[in-house]
Design a protein around this ligand. Structure first.
Ligand code: ZN
Length: 275
């Protein structure tokens, strides 16, 4: 999910490279852009598909994903979750029953995916890249054969992501961006297949943009805090509201609750929630 911005009607899902295909869930909103991208990964010639993020509980969408896989004479043998937010993972149990395939994630406490774990399914290779920050359980997946990184909500097709405080954490998020910067800077990943919005063909550029944006926002929050503090002695809750009103003044009010979570994450990072 992300704050602000209108849906891009030109993004309707579709293929990226030879191995990845997004089936777009019809759940558009200010927080989900055009909807959730359910990624189907399939090695050419293989009959064993991996699905990343089956999405919210939406039977027609699940049927569309199954149909997509069946049309390729394949079946789902593994499902991965980028994180536990409902728009990505709510249907996971239902999906497991429909496919009979295991659902793997981080933070489930059982059969958790591990840092650097290599998954090979029907000749398709994936590497697990932990990227906490948006949430504590956020993972990205590298598909080396396509040099594409599946980022869930850590990096989106457009706009900025929400650091969903208190589960999300800005220190972790900045470290994750640093990790993605290394991967994209070295050319290990050249494009990004996000959880929402269109594929990003310039992975290094968008990660750099996210990095700059995050630091600009931090500066804005720092300044807003100084102004509020100069006026009176606001408590933490009130402080967050007033910072949102200043820093996100030009953002639609519908996304202020999400922006507030990001502001709380930033106030926490700046040590402003300690007193
Ligand atoms: Zn999310």
């Amino acid at each position: 999910m992300r704050p602000g911005g209108a849906a891009d009607p030109s993004w309707q899902g579709g293929a990226w490279g030879e191995r990845a295909h997004a089936v777009l869930c019809p759940n558009p909103s200010p927080m989900t852009l055009e909807g959730t991208n359910t990624w189907v990964l399939l090695e050419p010639g293989s009959a064993e598909a991996v699905v990343v993020d089956p999405g919210p509980m939406h039977e027609a969408h699940l049927a569309a994903v199954l149909d997509h896989v069946a049309q390729r004479d394949a079946r789902v043998v593994m499902t991965l979750l980028t994180h536990g937010h409902a728009d990505h993972a709510e249907s996971a149990d239902r999906w497991a029953r429909l496919t009979g395939a295991p659902v793997r994630r981080y933070g489930g406490g059982h059969d958790d995916l591990e840092d650097g774990e290599r998954l090979v399914v029907g000749g398709l290779e994936l590497l697990v890249v932990p990227t906490p920050g948006h949430t504590a359980d956020s993972l990205s997946f590298l598909l080396p054969a396509e040099q594409v990184l599946l980022t869930g909500d850590t990096v989106l097709g457009r706009g900025a992501t929400v650091v969903a405080y208190p589960d999300g954490d800005l220190t972790s998020y900045l470290e994750s961006l640093e990790r993605l910067r290394t991967l994209t800077g070295a050319g290990t990943a050249t494009s990004i297949a996000p959880g929402h919005g269109p594929v990003v063909p310039d992975a290094a550029g968008v990660v750099e943009h996210y990095w700059r944006h995050r630091h600009e926002r931090l500066d804005q929050v720092r300044e807003a805090v100084a102004r509020v503090r100069a006026e009176d002695d606001a408590g933490p809750g009130d402080l967050a509201d007033r910072v949102v009103g200043t820093v996100y003044a030009d953002t639609p009010r519908a996304v202020w609750p999400a922006a507030r979570l990001s502001v709380l994450a930033q106030l926490d990072y700046l040590g402003e929630l300690d007193d």
